[in-house]
Design a protein around this ligand. Structure first.
Ligand code: SAH
Ligand code: F3S
Length: 498
């Protein structure tokens, strides 16, 4: 490739090709043609998948800013296009591949353009992605973002720019994220990275590595800075937030090797919530995601104690059948899950609860599916995220459990789960009619520019006429009508609660 472009330049300027000016040409070429002038270094970033990816893109933006790159919202103006990718289901990867093809076309008109793949697909496919997606220049796994400036230099010199090394320490706690597409009201704060759970269907432990927690001091610093900048709500993020543990180090698997003093004074998730909730009593605190086996009674008590910790728990269950839960290597039974739900409802009666569900896991029988529906009947979730099982290469489920579920059965079961969830969402929302709820305004409603849209403490979307309120206000709303997805009401005034 370097030779071709050299030939092009030689042909254009017509200079005789000597060894000396060949060398000069090469230098001029790499300066002029491959490296954008400093004032033209613009990056465009697109994120797919979970909230963690969106949060990671804010870390990447911060690293690139320091390296002289400015953010642009159009890939056409960019000298660097990054796609932060998701591998969780096959469809997520297909979406990314389509985008990469589209971005590749921009290379015809943009001599400086480099394209980078970040995140889970980079980690899963490693060098292979360079062969599969011919015009990708950079491949960077989730723990290697600090290496991006070096990798860019490699890419500019037409050398392979791949770093997919997973770390046991990296939490990016020392990097102040640049808030992307922010409404200035809500922000994500990452508290753990990686996952040690090894659910048999899931690719995350392979793409994001070992579970490690971030130093609470750096978490509090970030939260305090967000408050000072006017943010009203934060979401503490991790694949498994309830297993947060800081004992001077944050690598989960080494906790047993810590000194007894370190173990005694360790900060678990409940203590972290307490710290954050107390540090900023005027901010709403949310967290995601909770794994049932790690959610303690202590966390529920802390939530109940602090008004600013939202009454909402995202509590994926994946299946209602004990057989399937075991095959998924989920570390709890259906009965354990019910006990947890009962405890949540006992201590936080109006707590909103949502779920993730996988339909058609290999070997799932009709009875297993009925167990899922009956579990949903018991809980009556406020809302949920429901998926057809997608086989991920390298996982235990892909290697060891024969997939005997026809696609049509999988789709039918998924539809039944979605239909039931719609009924439950409407049932839950009906309970809000006539009640006054506090809503934090986030943006204009998609349906009408005359309405604000925000969320209740339970994470339910509420819309209401704008009047003189503004984004970032906590407003008391009287709910008049509901759909399965939205509460509709009118404002009663600025709220005294949050
Ligand atoms: N603990 C993580 C879970 C990440 S994956 C978190 O922070 O949310 C999000 C959801 O995707 C899972 O809860 C599961 O319901 C779904 N999922 C994961 N792997 C899947 C697969 N192979 N097929 C279908 N759905 C999957
Ligand atoms: Fe995946 Fe299970 Fe962890 S769903 S992210 S392995 S908790």
């Amino acid at each position: 490739m370097a030779n071709n472009s050299l030939k092009d330049t030689y042909a254009l300027n017509g200079d005789p090709l000597t060894k000396e000016n060949l060398l000069n040409e090469t230098i001029v070429l790499s300066n002029e043609k491959k490296t954008p002038p400093r004032n033209q270094k613009h990056f465009y970033i697109e994120s797919y998948g979970c909230k963690m990816n969106f949060s990671d893109s804010e870390i990447v933006a911060s690293i690139l800013n320091k390296d002289g790159y400015k953010l642009t919202d159009s890939p056409k103006n960019a000298t660097l296009v990054l796609v932060n990718t998701c591998s969780i289901r096959e469809k997520a990867e297909q979406t990314v591949r389509k985008r990469l093809k589209l971005f590749n076309r921009l290379k015809h008109n943009n001599k400086y353009l480099k394209i980078g793949v970040l995140g889970c697909m980079a980690e899963r496919l490693k060098h292979k992605i360079l062969e599969e997606e011919k015009m990708v220049d950079l491949v960077v796994g989730p723990d290697a973002y600090k290496d991006i400036p070096n990798l860019l230099k490699e890419a500019e010199a037409e050398r392979e720019a791949v770093n997919v090394i997973l770390s046991k320490e990296e939490t990016y706690g020392d990097i102040a994220p640049v808030r992307l597409a922010s409404n200035g009201v809500s922000a994500f704060v990452t508290i753990t990275r990686g996952c040690d759970n090894m659910c048999t269907f899931c690719v995350v432990p392979f793409t994001r590595g070992r579970e490690r927690s971030r130093d609470p001091k750096s978490i509090l610093k970030e939260v305090n800075e967000l408050y000072q900048k006017g943010y009203k709500e934060i979401t503490l993020l991790g694949q498994n937030v309830d297993s947060y543990l800081w004992y001077g180090g944050g690598l989960k698997k080494d906790f047993s090797k810590a000194s007894s003093l370190q173990q005694k004074t360790a900060i678990n998730f409940s203590k972290l919530l307490e710290l954050v909730g107390t540090a900023q009593p005027k901010m709403r605190i949310r967290f995601s995601t909770s794994n049932p086996q790690d959610m303690s009674l202590e966390v529920i008590h802390t939530m109940a104690k602090h008004d600013n910790i939202c009454n909402y728990i995202h509590l994926p269950v994946q299946s209602g059948s004990n057989d399937i839960l075991e095959k998924m290597n989920r570390q709890h039974s259906r009965e354990d899950y019910f006990k947890l739900i009962d405890n949540i409802k006992k201590h936080i009666p109006n707590c909103g609860i949502s779920h993730d569900m996988i339909c058609g896991f290999p070997s799932e029988t009709e009875q297993d599916h009925q167990d899922t529906l009956s579990l949903m009947e018991y809980v009556k979730y406020d809302f949920g995220f429901m998926f057809a099982y997608s086989e991920r290469p390298g996982t235990v489920a892909a290697k060891k459990i024969e997939d005997n579920i026809p696609e049509s059965t999988r789709k039918r079961r998924l539809q039944e789960v979605i239909d039931l969830q719609r009924i439950h969402s409407e049932y839950r929302n009906q309970h809000f009619i006539g009640k006054i709820v506090c809503v934090l305004i986030e943006k204009s409603s998609k349906r009408s520019n005359e309405f604000w849209s925000g969320r209740t403490s339970q994470n339910t979307v509420a819309v209401f006429p704008k009047e003189n309120y503004k984004v970032g206000d906590f407003v008391d709303i009287k709910i008049k009508e509901v759909t399965s997805a939205t509460l509709i009401g009118t404002a009663m005034g600025i709220s005294s609660s949050i």
